[in-house]
Design a protein around this ligand. Sequence first.
Ligand SMILES: [Zn+2]
Length: 374
Amino acid sequence: MKLLTGLLAALLAPAAMAAPAAAPTPSLPAPDDGYFQQITRVGDGLWLIAQPQPFHIQPVGNVVVIEQSDGLVLVDSGGSPGAGRRIVELLATVSDKPVKAVALSHWHGDHVLGLSAIAQRWPKLEVIATATTAGHLAGKSMRAYPKGAPDAALQAAFDQRLDGIDRFLRDTLAKPELGSVERRGFERSQRLFQQYRIDTRGMYLVLPTRTFDDRLVLEDAKRPVELLHPGRGNTDGDLVAWLPRQRVMASGDLVVAPIPFGFNVYPADWQRALQALDDRHPALWLPGHGAAMRDDRYVRQLIHLIAASRTAVASEVGNGVARDKLKLDLSSQRGAFVGDDAWLQRWFDRYWTQPFGDAGWREASGQPIEQGEG
Ligand SMILES: [Zn+2]
């Protein structure tokens, strides 16, 4: 997901700008928050680094680890220097080989900001992305982030945005009417942002050293990796990694569980791209967030959600509903993703229904969908 802008837009209602209530400083994540990433072997020479609890309002993107004869290939890098340092430690528990390449699935911060720590440990690694993603990383989308080295002024501006989130969380928790499930969720989020603030200190982007448009193969005797741009979907420059011998698909945020992200997506292209990936019949899906999947049940559910959401938007557009008046009712689809969990329902509406509605409205109205700023 693209954070923080999407997150801030979803979080910050006008009331959030009120003066902060006096509150104790929240503590750091507890073990049962499921925040810190863990490494799991998902195949021979193949691991997934993922958060044990799959949904957080500021998530850390998954990292896929593929062992080749002369080093490790990673897909994505975590969402902060702190997460990147923990990834370096996790890698040391499974392999002595160096990281030789990191392929970035897309430009969003929760997938690229751990790279600085990984590149400090293995300075010779290649950074691979589509040319479109490389353009976003170097350009307007990520202009708020330092490039190549930390930057005090940009860091201070970033920390101010985190202050806004802190205020929002404190104000929300001060509301007596908040239900107990949501209260626990917001308290967990407070702990998460304490850690995120520490983890993002000294952050900077490492820019790609190698780009491609459609396909790039990293040859290997045992585990060749095809890096593919399947068309626009989650962003306009998505990269997926396909292991043809093992039939493994590392999808980036084209597949996210339990709540897919709908910010500035390309609905029709995404549905097509996902179907084309499913047509390869992967034996294992490694999503951008969430656990490994041994069948395509969730992917088909997601394709269905995109289709149903597009239909709902098209009907509103057909009735002449303006973009800012759009109100989609996806409650019948929502249950399949988040059940009756009030916390997850809230965020399904904010991270899927609302942003997807916005993108879908633009698509159905023939307006361009722009990648935002991270
Ligand atoms: Zn993400």
